[in-house]
Ligand binder design. Structure first.
Ligand code: ADP
Ligand code: MG
Length: 341
């Protein structure tokens, strides 16, 4: 290191320590998982994490998110899908855990969320260059395959998928899981309060130094530069699924990426669904399920599962209609700003 570099490094470290003393929030945004991911660190343990290690901790959290971004390309998931109907594929504990959770949520939501929609999502290709409106018979065929799909763990290191053509699509939990993992990495490296946000899915942990709750904006589903409501949360995860996130248009019809497993078409039951849960993987998957179920059924189910939820639909006149659980209403900081009131 040259002398000048050394002085610059010493100065940077000094500035950093000064910032550490005042506990200013440190924030960084990167493009990952096809969206903007922002990590905001509000507080950190100086003993565990002295000075210059904070950027390194944030970097490690981003690297962890990038690892999960590649989940669909993980060798073990690719093999499991490619070898469906033929042979078992080697599988690690992490992927088994994630698949188990996804199936658990499928059970809790009566199949509104399903991890085995691969034949259908591949057919539509929404979010890829090959997006298209499939023929009716193709959709029927995919639904038939999905209804027969069975995932079996053979022993702790092998699993198989049947029948031939079956395919798991973990796109409905991947982003939330990535947020959970980023929080885990930050916590492990000495960060004591932070928010990780990835395009509509976020998780907060730790008390802010001010002891105030985190204030989280829920996006307005039709005026995307506005928020629909603000909620206050001390700890936990919030995820929103919207029909505006990813879609393609053909012959005047708009087709988005959240499918109703009953019909095989994008669900028209809602335009946005927000779920709050302990983990972001859970919030992510439940938001997808609540979207599919629509306001009334979703809020009934969410109440039973004790998950705060807000589901919005649009009536024929273009007016927004929403339902929320009472637990969600209690978290709202700004009922006044609700456009319905
Ligand atoms: P976003 O966060 O972009 O709104 P979601 O979390 O709602 O997306 O997940 C959408 C993704 O989940 C789709 O791209 C697809 O891979 C998968 N998916 C779509 N419909 C379902 C469903 N009913 N159950 C489970 N996964 C689904
Ligand atoms: Mg989601």
């Amino acid at each position: 290191m040259t002398c000048r570099n050394r002085i610059a490094a010493a100065l940077a470290a000094l500035l950093f320590v000064a910032a550490g003393c005042s506990r200013v929030p440190v924030s960084e945004t990167r493009t990952l998982m096809g969206t903007q991911v922002t990590i905001t660190v509000q507080d950190y343990d100086n003993d565990k994490l002295d000075g210059g290690q904070l950027p390194a901790a944030m970097d490690s959290a981003f690297v962890e998110i990038a690892r999960i971004e590649d989940l669909a390309r993980w060798d073990e998931l690719k093999k499991l899908n490619a070898w469906a109907g033929y042979q078992a594929a080697p599988i690690g504990e992490e992927l088994i855990g994630l698949i188990d959770r996804a199936y658990q949520i499928a059970e809790n939501t009566g199949g509104a969320f399903r991890p085995d929609l691969g034949p259908l999502t591949n057919l539509w290709g929404i979010g890829t260059d090959e997006a298209r409106l499939p023929a009716y018979w193709e959709i029927e065929e995919a639904l038939d395959l999905i209804s027969q799909t069975v995932f079996t763990i053979e022993d702790s290191v092998y699993a198989r998928l049947d029948p031939d053509g079956a395919s798991l699509d973990l796109g409905g939990v991947a982003k939330g899981y990535a947020v959970d993992r980023a929080c885990f990495v930050l916590d492990d490296l000495g960060v004591t309060a932070a928010m990780v946000e990835a395009g509509g899915d976020l998780r907060v942990f730790g008390r802010k130094p001010s002891r105030e709750p985190w204030r989280i904006a829920v996006r307005h589903p039709r005026e995307l530069d506005r928020f629909y409501t603000i909620i206050e949360l001390h700890e936990g995860a919030v995820a929103t699924s919207g029909d505006y996130e990813r879609y393609f248009e053909v012959d005047g019809g708009r087709y988005h990426h959240i499918f109703d497993p009953e019909t095989g078409y994008p669900s028209r039951a809602s335009i946005s669904a927000t779920a709050i849960a302990e983990t972001c993987a859970g919030a992510d998957a439940y938001a997808t399920a609540f979207f599919v179920l629509g306001p009334d059924a979703a809020v009934r189910l969410a109440g039973g599962l004790e998950l705060p939820a807000l589901v919005i639909d649009e009536n024929d006149d273009g007016e927004l209609v929403s339902r929320q659980t009472s637990s969600f209403a209690r978290l709202r900081a700004d009922e006044r700003l609700d456009p319905e009131r």
